[in-house]
Design a protein around this ligand. Structure first.
Ligand code: EPU
Length: 419
């Protein structure tokens, strides 16, 4: 298994090109199951999670072709077995996204129930309850969700918690249901909007995506389309923090700063000068040490849980004391324990981390525990004195495309080595 070696201390300078969004690509690939003709998807990031989703579609009998520019054609017109096996679902929880499309299009879906996760319990009760309210017969048997419905019926669904993939699953299912579905308390994340735009390009009738009330009129069938995935706001934010934490100057291109309002405000509060255009954004620290900031995670448009760990790394070396409150997942502080091994001063009280910035972190061997936690350890390594080694970096490969190449281009001393 590979590891990353990072020698800290260099300010990052330059431009980085942002990839397509992982968390939009995954539901869009699943949504392709709804069409009765091939779809073509561009700006797909080359990531392990995307490969897993392609493998899942392939196992069901969907023909998927990928060209050298990661443009993907998904042809769901052959004989398809609506089955998502445990061996794939256990490696990627987002596999649950095939449940709604399979049931809506084929009247049947057997999808392994995802187990626990490093960052929290992450149940899928809201996905299941929503489909039941739309008339599905659902049983849990032998670790599988077994769902049946001749045709789903439109319904008014009030989601108990704001859930991103829950909103996506129910929105996809509703596109082929009989009648109107209303999703109340829907997630407003840009990735939900991107999925809605993809479904609309296939002929779905959807209004209100991006608000907390999405209304879907069911149609009989969906057709093929060409679609381009939106840029990854979390990758963008991660590179901007890399610029800020190293007291550098980084510009992210091919991105969408409008999706990063909460993150950019925190970067400004940390002392960065932020400039932006329609598809680029940059931070400039002018060589200054960041100032500690307070962060509280919540669903979009508030500060994203997927950026919490990166800002924790920033607070570790900032001037002052910063507080990080995680409200979305109950166990998303594993990176804090690794950062302590690098000399960070962090006190944990339930879902709150109180971080007193230190003048310098020192390199240590550390372990990645989940995707965003690993990104935060890379950031800590960029400013630590000495050579940090990060193990279990398969986590980072799930969500960051060639992170070591992109960081090297910005001047970081980072390399991937076999263990
Ligand atoms: N929840 C329930 N019941 C459900 C569904 C969710 O109680 O049926 C709870 C969860 O346990 C959690 C909260 O609702 O406490 C919000 O979870 P959500 O369902 O929104 O998370 P998700 O859809 O499983 C997506 C992203 C995550 C991101 C979260 C929050 C994808 C594929 N994943 O997960 O991304 O952290 O939304 O924004 O879109 C990542 O990319 O590293 C990542 C973990």
């Amino acid at each position: 298994m590979d590891k990353l070696q990072i020698t800290g201390g260099r300010p990052l300078e330059g431009e980085v090109r942002i990839s397509g969004a992982k968390n939009a690509t995954l539901p869009i690939l699943a949504a392709a199951l709804l069409a009765d003709a091939p779809v073509t998807i561009a700006n797909v990031p080359h990531l392990q999670d995307v490969t897993t989703m392609i493998e899942l579609l392939g196992r069901m009998g969907v023909a998927v072709t990928v060209d050298e520019r990661m443009q993907i054609e998904v042809d769901p017109t052959g004989g398809i077995e609506p089955f998502a096996p445990y061996d794939l679902v256990k490696t990627m929880r987002a596999s649950i996204l095939v449940l709604g499309p399979l049931l809506a299009r084929f009247g049947k879906a057997d999808v392994s129930l995802p187990g626990g996760c490093a960052i929290g319990a992450r149940p899928v009760n809201i996905h299941v309850a929503g489909l039941q309210a739309m008339g599905a017969d659902i049983r849990i048997e032998n670790g599988y969700i077994k769902a049946r419905a001749a045709r789903l019926r439109g319904a008014r669904l009030v989601l108990e918690t704001v859930t991103v993939t829950g909103t996506e699953n129910l929105m996809m299912a509703a596109t082929l249901a009989d009648g109107e579905t209303v999703l109340e308390n829907a997630a407003r994340e840009p990735e939900v909007v991107d999925l809605a735009n993809f479904l609309i390009a296939m002929g779905a009738v959807i209004h209100g995506a991006g608000t907390d009330r999405i209304v879907i009129q069911g149609v009989k069938s969906l057709h093929g389309c060409n679609y381009r995935v939106l840029p990854d706001r979390i990758e963008t934010g991660t590179f901007l923090v890399a610029g800020a934490i190293t007291a550098g100057h980084v510009r992210a291109t091919h991105t969408c700063p409008a999706h990063l309002d909460a993150v950019l405000l925190k970067l400004q509060a940390a002392g960065a000068t932020v400039a932006q255009g329609e598809d680029w954004v940059e931070v400039d620290m002018r060589g200054r040490r960041p100032v500690a900031i307070d962060v509280r995670t919540a669903p979009y448009p508030a500060f994203p849980t997927d950026m919490q760990a990166q800002f924790a790394a920033l607070d570790c070396v900032a001037d002052g004391v910063g507080t990080i409150i995680e409200t979305v997942f109950e166990n998303r502080f594993m990176h804090m324990l690794e950062m302590r091994r690098m000399g960070a001063e962090i006190r944990l009280e339930g879902n709150t981390a109180i971080i007193k910035g230190v003048a310098r972190l020192t390199a240590a061997p550390v372990m990645a525990t989940d995707l965003r936690a690993s990104a935060s350890l890379v950031l800590a390594g960029l400013v630590a004195e000495g050579r940090t080694e990060i193990e279990r970096i398969y986590h980072i490969d799930r969500g960051y495309e060639t992170i070591e190449e992109k960081l090297s281009q910005l001047g970081a001393q980072i390399r991937r080595v076999p263990n």
